[in-house]
Design a protein around this ligand. Structure first.
Ligand code: FAD
Length: 341
């Protein structure tokens, strides 16, 4: 059988990392990334890129933990290598602070991040409005550098990149044997998934290089995440809102909330406002599907719906998607040997 032709639809963090896992696992495949938008115009470019997971109701906790752990281990190695600056990945320490004692003493990911511990009384003096908190070190991906780094690795492995809007997956059937759907919120229209909905997020990217520690208010709505080139101030979570226009009242509200946590941000400069739609679902759709029309078949693997946690779990879900691509390759070999009988 000829080398299988695989198309990954989507060039956000999920599409590019899935393409990389597929080409690393099955180097004989001929692989292409097909996307309407590439960096810097994807939702992934808006994200803060922090590795702090959000719990989703539809996936068992041990699976969410596994995805997070695989992602953390992968980015730990990159951050600890000469690649770190180009990949835009780095360690970042800070605090998650609460006004009242949280329900969960230790979240499921507390033994994956580094040095998770309750904050000391001395640390809490920095946050007079808060009564307790947790200190830890985690990892952060800066975008677009991380997406550009993934693209560079893919191109070095011979992967082709095509800018194209796909109206339905079947249109790829004449060119590819296997299609991996990593379209993020675009999957709502692409495959008509009514369980997928947007959770709009507005953030500010500001120049405040003196801010070195992250600060996250316990509800996760207000956060200050320092990156290599800018600090991300957030945020909002607006369920079912499809608007990509920045709201000036929200900008002021985010800025005021962040200054209440870190007063030195009053001096922040070069404020840029960004909006993105988190592709949200009760659980990530990681699934194989066979599409058929008039006796012809197209093997599909879905990997979308990462909501607020695309960066926190992208490598774990990419590995699982690559495993499903492996099952598709085995099925193709099976079809081809049966056809010869
Ligand atoms: P996207 O980045 O949206 O990529 C989808 C790709 O599919 C794009 O290339 C698009 O053009 C393409 N596409 C869609 N439809 C089609 C089509 N029909 N034909 C061709 N191409 C198509 N997560 C974290 O883990 N940590 C954070 O700190 C964090 N902060 C965030 C802050 C904000 C404000 C927002 C909005 C999100 C945040 N997230 C965070 C969530 C994270 O951004 C998402 O989970 C992640 O970006 C989803 O990646 P994706 O690749 O699935 O989607």
């Amino acid at each position: 059988m000829a080398a299988p032709k695989v198309a990954v639809v989507g060039a956000g963090v999920v599409g590019l990392s899935t393409a990389l896992c597929v080409v690393e696992t099955f180097p004989a495949c001929s692989l292409a990334v097909v996307a309407e938008q590439f960096t810097p115009d994807t939702t992934s470019d808006v994200a803060a890129g922090m590795l702090i997971p959000h719990t989703t109701p539809g996936t068992p906790i041990h699976v969410q933990k596994q995805w997070f752990k695989e992602t953390f281990t992968y980015l730990f190695a990159i951050s600890n290598s000469v690649e770190a600056a180009e990949a835009g990945t780095h360690f970042v320490s800070g605090w998650q602070v609460f006004k009242s004692t949280p329900k969960e003493e230790s979240p499921f990911w507390s033994d994956v991040v580094l040095g998770f511990r309750p904050m000391s009384e001395a640390e809490l003096q920095k946050f007079p409005q808060h009564s307790c908190g947790q200190a830890f070190t985690t990892l952060k991906c800066d975008c677009p550098p991380y997406l550009l780094w993934l693209e560079k690795r893919l191109k070095a492995k011979g992967v082709q990149m095509y800018t194209r809007k796909v109206a339905n997956l079947w249109e790829l059937h004449s060119e590819y044997n296997i299609v991996v759907n990593c379209a993020g919120i675009g999957a709502h229209q692409l495959v008509g998934d009514q369980k997928l909905f947007p959770v709009r997020g507005q953030v500010l990217k500001v120049h405040a290089p003196w801010v070195k520690n992250f600060i996250r208010d316990g509800d996760g709505l207000t956060y200050i995440y320092p990156g290599i080139h800018s600090v991300t101030l957030g945020g909002t979570r607006e369920k079912e809102s499809w608007s990509l226009s920045p709201n000036p009242n929200t900008t002021k509200d985010i800025f005021d909330r962040c200054c209440a946590l870190e007063p030195s941000l009053q001096r922040a400069q070069d404020i840029k406002v960004k909006v993105g739609l988190r592709p949200s679902r009760a659980c990530v759709r990681l699934q194989r599907e066979i599409l058929s029309q008039g006796g012809a078949k197209l093997l599909v693997v879905h990997n979308y719906g990462h909501g607020s946690g695309g960066f926190s779990m992208h490598r774990g879900t990419a590995k699982e998607a690559a495993h499903l691509v492996g099952e598709c390759i085995a099925a193709l070999q099976d079809f081809s040997s049966r056809a010869k009988l």
